[in-house]
Design a protein around this ligand. Structure first.
Ligand code: PLP
Length: 386
């Protein structure tokens, strides 16, 4: 049976990985090498230097490509390293259309690093396709999409956005960190390249930082490989090993993340102390139908707005015990944060409020603990605050 015929959960465990030919070792070893012996000058066995290629990374890249349903995977030292590599494809004077609620670090590298290199960026509501069309220019080379978005869980239509990008000769890149390939495979909807912070669900245990790009386009992959090697933001073999260990259990973890998040979202939705719940799995979510079509389930991230002040909401996130107060997401453990005071504090309050990022908005990365304990934790923290 070829890898292509196997289902996701089987490929997650086997794709890119064969037992070691000599020893039978089942798991890809951590090839802790910077360099490789050559049989004659230039006559090597596929590896010359580990920035260019490393066998542990090769297996990870093949595994990730298979999970995203693409041909080519490239791993990086962080999600930002992966995002940077997509921007390396562009030239001075090129224009990028991006979602107006992309990850803060993405907004930062766009505006505080690459605007200085004469790239131009427009941030628009990518759920409004007329606004996206209106933002496209002759010089637009890239449309950057996240879905679901952070922290308001808007769902973007990858099919429609990739079409708009292609009508204008631009690439469509999708950051699939929140959904993971278990729930959503943007290449199937026409995206040209998929980006990941492997730090999150794919690693899955909050014990590494890494990133990846996957594409089906050989010529594009060659250019990504060139920048991967030239810029050098490559992951260590140890981190590649950890991600490979993480992807093996991605399916079972995501099932539990989704189940817990849905149960908490429904419970919060009926709670007096909560004004609004943002979770695409709720039928009341404006993008619920699109999410149901584009995703296989609704994910482990949810946000909710407490009926509280900024200070009360800060007290709430400090009071939780099973939910750890921390940035990041996608690990087996539940994390909670207050965007207005943490991840999005740098955005001026007026701008924040206009984008729906109110003071009492809380974002949760729902882990795989027992859901009753998670509920009890939130209930107790709410009681303390009210
Ligand atoms: N993309 C998204 C959606 C993220 O949430 C993050 C980090 O939080 C990144 C990219 C950047 O990834 P990393 O922190 O691995 O550099």
């Amino acid at each position: 049976m070829s890898d292509d015929d196997q289902r996701f959960e089987t490929r997650a465990i086997h794709a890119g990985q064969d037992p070691d030919a000599e020893t039978g070792a089942l798991m890809t070893p951590i090839y802790a090498n910077s360099t490789y012996a050559q049989d004659a000058p230039g006559d090597h066995r596929g590896y010359e230097y580990s920035r260019t290629g490393n066998p542990t990374r090769t297996d990870l890249e093949a595994n990730l490509a298979s999970l995203e349903g693409g041909e080519y995977g490239r791993a990086f030292a962080s999600g930002m390293g992966a995002i940077n590599t997509v921007l390396n494809l562009l030239d001075a004077g090129d224009h990028v259309v991006a979602g107006n609620d992309v990850y803060g670090g993405t907004h930062r590298i766009f505006t505080q690093v690459y605007e200085d290199y004469d790239l131009e960026f427009d941030f628009v509501d990518t759920t409004d396709h007329d606004a996206v069309r209106a933002a496209m220019r002759e010089s637009t080379e890239l449309v950057w999409v996240e879905t679901p978005t952070n922290p308001l869980m808007n769902v973007n239509d990858v099919d429609a956005l990739a079409d708009i990008a292609h009508e204008h000769g631009a690439l469509c890149a999708v950051d699939n960190t929140f959904a993971t390939p278990y729930l959503q495979r943007p290449l199937e909807y026409g995206a040209d390249v998929v980006c990941h912070s492997l730090t999150k669900y794919l690693g899955g245990h909050s014990d590494l930082v890494a990133g990846a790009l996957v594409t089906d386009d050989e010529a594009l992959d060659e250019r990504l490989a060139f920048y991967q090697n030239s810029v050098g933001a490559t992951p260590s073999p140890f981190d590649c090993f950890l991600v490979l260990r993480g992807t093996k259990s991605l399916g079972v973890r995501m099932d539990r993340h989704c189940r817990n998040a849905r149960e908490l979202a429904e419970w919060l939705d009926g709670h007096d102390g909560v004004d609004e719940v943002y979770y695409p799995g709720l039928e009341s979510h404006p993008d619920h139908d699109l999410a149901a079509e584009q995703m296989d389930d609704f994910g482990g991230m949810l946000s909710f707005e407490l009926d509280a002040t900024l200070e009360e909401a800060s007290e709430f996130v400090t009071e939780t015990e099973v939910f750890t107060l921390a940035e990041s997401l996608g690990g087996v453990e539940s994390l909670i944060e207050q965007p207005a005071a943490m991840t999005h504090a740098a955005i001026p309050r007026e701008e924040r409020e206009a984008a729906g990022l109110t003071d009492p908005l809380i974002r949760a990365s729902v882990g795989i603990e027992h859901v009753d304990d998670l509920k009890a934790d939130l209930r107790r923290a709410m009681a303390v605050v009210s």
